[in-house]
Design a protein around this ligand. Structure first.
Ligand SMILES: Cc1cc2nc3c(=O)[nH]c(=O)nc-3n(C[C@H](O)[C@H](O)[C@H](O)COP(=O)(O)O)c2cc1C
Length: 367
């Protein structure tokens, strides 16, 4: 019997060849200056085009949203041109690829912002470090900058930046975009009641804290088609100093979001259980409860093996599984699943180091 992960799946207007999705993964290989994808990045994604869907590494929507060295951007035409090589390579192999778009918010530093303070809902600094380059171009870790509480015009600017990023992603040939509402970046900072202390329409109630993410998602869906937009969340996550809040409020926040996204009728919801990284585990009934509220495609992620992933599909707990680390060392993961082959070992030391090693040198199975 064929593995359930290998069944085709409809997503928006697309028919995907399997349910083995590649999770978004930052690999810090972009060319500087310019924050441009390059030949190496194009090769990396092309090697992984047998995934049912590739979701790219988080990509900065604007200069004000930058928080990392070597992470690509999608705010200018040079970047659009450079990304065209990536999408063409994946499409040439019959693959589909969405771009994950993000704004780092307070997970940044004036180093990246011509000396300005990072944007955040409120002036609450992250108890975390960010990597910047010293005078010798060595990467050093420094405390995240103290952010400024965004003004109304900053919020309007960020909305426009996300929409432009989506415009550019479609110009560059992407099949869709994933709005990054996870992992402690700007949009999740707005969701969190300890990081968002605003008293305007973007803070306070669940509806207000959710407003920025929903307005951005709606604007992209209306302009480019609701079947071409997904959203990622990491409920209960602690990454990047997300401050925990009560389980009841987490549930109410994400249930509200799931319902609102269902009303927008977007292509998918993508849930990451950060328990896979040793931070707070998601209660076992939580993803099923989200599925009841969001009935379009549900992608789940975080620590799934081939067998637990298949079991989740079989039980209809989700429509697709996003695999992160497996896809780093197994570029042809679906073929390995089909043939029941062992998975290759992973070198964690080369996750973020730049260059080809540990990036495009993991071989596919020999035929
Ligand atoms: C090297 C690395 C980079 C990552 N970068 C991102 C990212 O850019 N955006 C994101 O949403 N998640 C990111 N993640 C999280 C993964 O998408 C995924 O949630 C995580 O690896 C758990 O899935 P897994 O157990 O299948 O690896 C990253 C994970 C790794 C290992």
């Amino acid at each position: 019997m064929e593995n359930k992960l290998l069944q085709p799946l409809k997503l928006g207007n697309y028919t995907l060849k399997n349910r083995v999705f590649m999770a978004p993964m930052t690999r810090n290989r972009a060319t500087r200056p310019g924050d441009l994808p390059n030949e190496t990045i194009a090769t990396y994604y092309q090697q992984r085009a047998s995934a049912g869907l590739i979701i790219t590494e988080a990509t900065h929507v604007s200069p004000s949203g930058v928080g990392y060295i070597g992470v690509p951007g999608i705010w200018n035409t040079d970047q659009v041109e450079a990304w065209k090589k990536v999408t063409a390579g994946v499409h040439a192999q019959g693959g589909r690829i969405f771009m994950q778009i993000f704004h780092a918010g307070r997970m940044s530093h004036p180093y990246f912002l011509q000396g300005a303070a990072p944007f955040a809902p409120s002036a609450v600094a992250a108890n975390w470090t960010v990597g910047i380059l010293d005078y010798h171009e060595n990467l050093i870790q420094v405390p995240a900058g103290t952010p400024k509480a965004m003004l109304s015009e900053d919020i309007e600017q960020v909305k426009a930046d996300f929409l432009r990023a989506a415009d550019h992603a479609f110009l560059a040939g992407f099949d869709g975009v994933e709005v990054h509402g996870a992992n402690g970046y700007l949009l999740e900072q707005f969701l969190n009641p300890h990081l968002n202390l605003r008293e305007d329409a973007y803070g306070g109630s669940i509806q207000n804290r959710s407003r920025l993410l929903l307005e951005i998602t709606q604007a992209i869906a209306e302009k480019h088609g609701k079947g071409k937009v997904g959203v990622r969340f990491s409920p209960f996550g602690k990454l990047h100093d997300q401050v925990a809040y009560s389980e009841a409020l987490v549930r109410d926040t994400y249930y509200y979001l799931a319902q609102a996204l269902q009303e927008l009728d977007i292509a998918y919801l993508h849930l990451f259980n950060q328990g896979a990284f040793g931070t707070a585990e998601v209660p076992v009934d939580f993803f099923p409860a989200m599925r009841a509220k969001f009935r379009n495609t549900l992608i789940i992620n975080g620590g799934y093996s081939i067998s637990t992933g298949e079991a989740a599909i079989e039980a209809q707990a989700a429509d697709a599984i996003a695999f992160g680390r497996y896809f780093i060392s197994n570029p042809d993961l679906p073929a390995r699943i089909a043939q029941g082959k062992d998975l290759a070992e992973l070198d964690t030391a080369t996750f973020y180091t730049g260059g080809a090693r540990g990036y495009i040198d993991y071989p596919a199975l020999s035929r």
